[in-house]
Design a protein around this ligand. Sequence first.
Ligand SMILES: [Cu+2]
Length: 480
Amino acid sequence: MRALVASAALVLLAAPPSAQVRLTQASCAENGTFGDGPPPLTVPNGHIAWPADDPLWEFDVYRPSNRTTLNSSGLELRNVTYRGRTVLARAGVPVLNVEYDEGGCGCFRDWQDDEASIEVGDDAAIVADCGTFRERRGGTDVTIQTGIALSAPGVVETACEANDSPSNPSPGGDVGLFEGIAVEDYGDELVLTAHTEAGWYRYRMKWHFYADGRIWPEFSFAAAAAVCTSVGHRHHAYWRFDFDLDGTPSNDVVREFAAPGTDGQVFTTESSRVLGGAADQTYWSVVDGASGIGYEIRPSDADRRLPVDPFSKTDALVLRYKMDEIDDGETISSGCAFAFEPFVDGESVEGEDTVFWYRSGALHSAGSPFECDIAGPMLIPIGFELSTVDGTEGVEFEAARPNPFSLTTTARVRVERTQPVTAELYDLSGRRVQVLFDGVAVQGEWLPLRIDGRQLPAGTYVVRLRGETARGTTRVVLVR
Ligand SMILES: [Cu+2]
């Protein structure tokens, strides 16, 4: 029926799955199907530490099929720590819905416990093996592996990549032979991917963890068939971030900033907030009142592009933590809009245990049923001692973009003190393959390091910078 995408090209990848990701407490727990009522006590599908020897990040993962809320929260995380300090107690997307233009298919509350297949690459290491099952696809039986896969960076594909691929003549349908969670180590970034289906929709959920403490929770909206989807419609994913900074929940301070550089306004009571559209620079922060560590929640351009309407109602909720406010109790048979209003009932949130909800939306215009829209805020750390990754001194790296890359990419670096420095590119066997810069780096100024991969074999490379008081590395992945 349709071509599997680009699997021949993937075997050219030199980068093996990372040995820097450690999975422990592997479990194949699953928790019933959506609408069955609240899920029973949950068991995570594993505990991930990265990098393995001296972890920056650690957390428990839950597959979408391991339903933790009424309709599943997708790829849920719990007990997230950065540099050994608790950041999030629990985070996921408990509410997901869609609304059509007039003449379309109305509205739906979607579920996320039904995983869809993804490509994880031929060399993927199955670190939690939850067995296989047979599926009929395009007239033949295929075998789907399930569990948690450790993939080479850059190989994971979902309906999003397949639908957008120029080599795919017939977008739609599912790719790959794996269901569960895929993990990719990009050196400076760890990416988790899950993919779910609800009818003809395909939802991709990713967590990007960066070595410098940032988190990008990504939600992407695609489709595998063009039923209803040829009519314009709007998708909304509502993230629930339960920050428990430093593991002391009951002293959160939540602020709203009208724009970068402005003074924040502290929230005193529960609130629903609405952004003003694409030009609105509003963002928020949640900070531990005692230690001062916390996170900014910065809306992305994609999130700002779809303003609130009477169906989507809210961009952000600042709530007091309540055990029974994990989701709103609606299912596909009872409602579709997010029924959060009972949550916002005037309770104090200043110096309390708070929960931050955040909406990521996407407009799917009529006539392009297979488009994949990528959304999600950036979470930026506040108040951590950020000497960055091990062995780095006196220098700050900005991860290369794009990464992985196929032609050229650029990483940026800045030094704390003006000095002569050398930046070189090494392959993983320690061979120097390029000199990227040899000269004086000026204090505080970003120095671009352009990497030309056109004459290099695919694989992982290390950018190493050395000066009198500055040293550090970042990694890039070259793919073909
Ligand atoms: Cu859509």
